[in-house]
Design a protein around this ligand. Structure first.
Ligand SMILES: [Mg+2]
Length: 114
């Protein structure tokens, strides 16, 4: 897939969608409840894929869609709070790339021991 959807595209598209409606964004605590609900739906898909017996009539679920549902809520939360997911993601990656740079076993280190 060669499309290049940016954080800014996602921010604007969600904002354009939500802005059509009088209700607007959910208040923060309700949004947090939605985020938790979507996290649970991801857990259900993973549980099914990991051998949990589905309830009667329950399908296996769609991990890609459930992750996207969570991302939608995260974009809503960032928009409503006026924070930048792109800046946050960039700061988070800088953190793991520096703080955790030596935390895990590097593949090249693994190969040189063989
Ligand atoms: Mg969902």
């Amino acid at each position: 897939m060669s499309s290049s959807l940016t954080f800014e595209d996602a921010r604007q598209r969600v904002d354009a969608y939500i802005s059509q409606f009088e209700e607007g964004y959910f208040p923060p605590l309700l949004m947090l409840a939605r985020l938790t609900e979507e996290t649970g739906e991801i857990a259900r898909v993973i549980a099914h894929a990991s051998g949990k017996t589905p309830k009667p009539g329950e399908d296996a679920g769609d991990l890609e869609m459930e992750l996207a549902d969570l991302l939608f809520v995260m974009v809503c939360m960032a928009n409503e709070r006026g924070v930048s997911l792109e800046r946050g993601f960039t700061r988070m990656m800088q953190k793991v790339e520096t703080r955790d740079a030596a935390r895990w076993t590097r593949k090249d280190a693994e190969q040189s021991r063989e």
